[in-house]
Design a protein around this ligand. Structure first.
Ligand code: SAH
Length: 465
């Protein structure tokens, strides 16, 4: 089975730097189920093609399996694993291109951070649901998708199509994102799971899906299929994704793939309720200029931009990648000059004083403080409340009391959270900050409140006195 990655970014041979594999060499990597080989059929300044070829050793696979779960069926010897781009290819890709997938590249970091013209080709891809599903999962990520069904047998056209497609993806995408997307989506399209799903599969999914899965219109389908029939893991993943975007409580109910395929009727998602609540607070404060601190990929900025009452809007984040997503979401490049003058995006860290944070009527810290180490939180407080001093500061953060309602969630809602506060802890923090920097503070809950544990999100409005 093959995966080929082509770029026409010049000099195209830079692909070798990004993949950490030299174009002049053929390199082999032993996997538990076979051998992966990386080579370059073409490597010129104009065009460079890297190919990952995976040769499966079916006997070895069958043997390694029999120790833990003996399987005497013929299917373990007669199957498509050697010929199709299955989830095994995803495993090999993650291993062989692990550094590229992390987005690190000491010699070409700027290129590794940039979207470049890419074409990915998978000659034989098992695709449950046919070409339509391939389009549904890849198109929202910015790919142009060519998915050709492969006939069951050319000699007998009346037999119809097989469940395999020839897939070609074309787009301008950061290489690390492209690899992470394949890593998640190959097993999603592939019908048969080959590996055991441990609890860390949820972390793997959230890590590989970082930056694109939470926003994906078919997020539920992808999560259900990726985690297989493990209802409990799927629920944990959706609960955590809900914190990033807009999974509904219904989505946390076990559903099988067929159900997930149907468009679901949705209640107002938590994330949308959070946006509404913060918008209400900003409007009530009469703010005309707003800065969204830790704006992430810009969902809330989009709401701000859509509200004419806000005449000056800024978004800032420590992650340049998130800012790229935000710029794309807001279509900054296609905005009129007047609109462009209204919106500013800039990279900045909230733990360092920065004059660009000042001069706004209101500042928003939506789901940000819990990403900051508790030891660095006083620095953030000084920067926002002591130096930037907006008239209004709206802060939201998870309510840990509510976590018991996310069935089978162990630990925190997101791997990057440094803490999650219960209602008493948040109340104590807000009171201390208000006193120290001369603000009055009001607290409320956001989302459908539990009578005992309160609302899923806590919100504080600080008003300078
Ligand atoms: N406000 C957005 C994103 C929340 S995720 C939303 O509600 O959807 C938290 C964001 O905070 C991430 O984008 C992260 O990059 C950013 N962040 C974390 N620590 C930061 C810091 N020290 N300075 C600036 N941004 C930070």
């Amino acid at each position: 089975m093959l995966l080929s990655i082509t770029t026409t970014h010049t000099p195209a041979t830079d692909l070798g730097h990004l993949l950490h594999k030299h174009p002049d060499r053929v390199q082999r990597f032993t996997q538990s189920f076979g051998v992966a080989t990386v080579f370059y059929p073409e490597a010129s300044d104009e065009r460079c093609i890297a190919t990952l070829m995976l040769e499966i050793d079916p006997v070895r696979m069958a043997r390694s399996r029999s120790r833990t779960s003996p399987d005497f069926s013929l299917a373990q010897y007669v199957n498509d694993r050697s010929y199709a781009a299955s989830s095994l290819l995803a495993v090999a890709l993650a291993d062989v291109f692990s550094t590229a997938r992390s987005g690190r590249c000491t010699s070409r970091q700027e290129l590794a951070d940039s979207a470049i013209p890419l074409q990915l080709r998978l000659p034989v891809l098992p695709c449950r649901g046919g070409p339509e599903i391939a389009r549904r999962v890849f198109e929202p990520l910015g790919w142009q998708v060519d998915a050709e069904p492969i006939a069951l047998d050319d000699a007998f056209p009346e037999w119809g199509q097989s469940r395999y497609v020839h897939l070609q993806l074309t787009g301008t995408i950061r290489l690390a994102d492209a690899l992470s997307q394949l890593h998640v989506l190959l097993p999603v399209l592939d019908e048969s799971k080959h590996y055991w799903q441990g609890p860390d599969e949820v972390d793997k999914l959230l890590r590989s899906g970082g930056g694109w899965l939470a926003d994906h219109p078919d997020r539920d389908l992808i999560t259900h299929r990726y985690l297989g029939r493990h209802g409990a893991l799927t629920r944990v993943a959706l609960a955590r994704l809900a914190e990033l975007d807009d999974a509904t409580e219904e989505a946390l109910e076990p559903a099988d793939d067929e159900e997930a395929l149907q468009p679901q009727e949705r209640r107002v998602p938590l994330n949308a309720q959070r946006h509404d609540a913060v918008l209400d607070a900003l409007e009530a404060a009469g703010a005309a200029s707003v800065i969204d601190l830790g704006c992430g990929p810009g969902q809330f900025l989009q709401r701000l931009v859509g509200t004419p009452a806000f005449t000056r809007i800024a978004g800032s984040d420590v992650s340049t990648r998130s800012l790229q997503y935000a710029a794309r979401r807001l279509r900054l490049d296609r905005m009129s000059e007047r609109q462009t003058a209204r919106v500013t995006l800039f990279q900045g860290a909230l733990t360092y004083e920065d004059p660009r944070f000042a001069g706004y009527d209101a500042a928003v810290l939506m789901e940000v403080i819990e990403h900051v180490d508790p030891s660095r939180l006083p620095a953030l407080e000084r920067v926002v409340f002591g130096a930037a001093t907006p008239g209004t500061v709206v802060v939201t953060t998870p309510n840990r009391d509510y976590n018991v309602r996310y069935e089978s969630l162990r630990g925190l809602r997101h791997p990057d959270h440094r803490f999650e506060w219960d209602r008493a802890e948040f109340a104590a923090w807000t009171a201390a900050v208000a006193t120290a920097y001369g603000y009055a503070v009001q607290l409320r809950g956001v989302g459908d409140a539990d009578p005992e544990f309160g609302a899923p999100t806590q919100l504080a409005v600080f008003t300078r006195v």
